[in-house]
Write a protein that binds this ligand. Structure first.
Ligand SMILES: *[C@@H]1O[C@H](CO)[C@@H](O)[C@H](O)[C@H]1NC(C)=O
Ligand SMILES: *[C@@H]1O[C@H](CO)[C@@H](O)[C@H](O)[C@H]1NC(C)=O
Ligand SMILES: *[C@@H]1O[C@H](CO)[C@@H](O)[C@H](O)[C@H]1NC(C)=O
Length: 223
């Protein structure tokens, strides 16, 4: 015989809250894995959300090893920084695990220019040197701090942020992400040297500058 369950009003609203609001409160990044290992088959011709798994009998210990962050990146470029990525494309063992790491090298005065990771929050630890790090909230508030070796900062997902080497020598930090492929939108290059370019009429109005300034920025950023 079915029993009728009656709920008090507060209990009813509590259950409604749990059902309706909790899933939307999840700031989930990558989905949870459905098996122990799923080493990415980057060559697969079908495309899914992530990558298909390499057949299990072919999986080796080396699939879970990556030494691509052991070398210093070449910082001889306009920003004086170099980002080396250990994301799923470089390190297929990360597939479905929802994490990745970047190494960022800075020449003296080097800048990791204002950028966004559309799919991940980031937490970085300074290994060497002194960095000014900061992000701006959607309320247009800048949160920033100068960090030295061993210190950390966290950048919430999707917010514009930067790191500037304010020490005397080179600097190095490692950044961890809660996505296997956080993605990066570098504002100066996105806005000024996209392919095809954003029309000048958009940029002159957006930045209240004339076309000569746009051309100067474009030529300096290598377009
Ligand atoms: C993908 O293709 C490359 C080049 O053909 C090969 O070396 C590599 O082992 C392939 N990877 C997988 C997971 O099949
Ligand atoms: C980063 O460093 C690597 C390794 O030295 C180099 O191949 C690459 O061109 C550099 N990237 C930039 C943007 O300078
Ligand atoms: C670093 O990159 C610059 C510019 O591309 C190049 O001239 C230089 O030889 C590179 N240095 C090393 C150590 O590879």
């Amino acid at each position: 015989m079915a029993t009728m369950i009656t709920l008090s009003r507060p209990a009813f609203f509590m259950i409604l809250f749990l059902i309706v609001l909790l899933p939307s409160a999840c700031r989930c990044a990558d989905p949870d894995p459905l098996q122990d290992v799923c080493v990415a088959n980057l060559n697969a011709s079908i495309s899914v959300n992530g990558f298909p798994c390499k057949p299990l009998p072919e999986v080796k210990s080396d699939d879970f090893f990556f030494d691509g962050l052991s070398q210093e990146g070449n910082t001889t470029n306009v920003f004086g920084t170099n980002v080396t990525s250990a994301d799923v494309l470089a390190f297929p063992g990360l597939n479905t695990l929802g994490l990745s790491v970047n190494r960022v090298d800075f020449a003296p005065g080097g800048l990791n220019p204002p950028h966004i990771h559309p799919r991940a929050s980031e937490t970085s630890v300074v290994i060497k040197g002194k960095l000014l790090v900061g992000f701006v909230t959607t309320g247009n508030v800048l949160h920033s701090k100068v960090l030295k070796a061993g210190e950390m900062f966290v950048i919430p997902r999707g917010l514009v942020h930067f790191q500037l080497n304010v020490g005397k020598g080179k600097a190095l930090f490692l950044a961890a992400f809660n996505s296997q492929e956080p993605g990066i939108v570098i504002l100066p290059t996105t806005l000024f040297v996209s392919t095809p370019p954003i029309p000048n009429a958009v940029l002159t109005k957006a930045f209240q500058i004339d076309e000569k300034v746009i051309s100067a920025i474009r030529s300096k950023l290598g377009s």
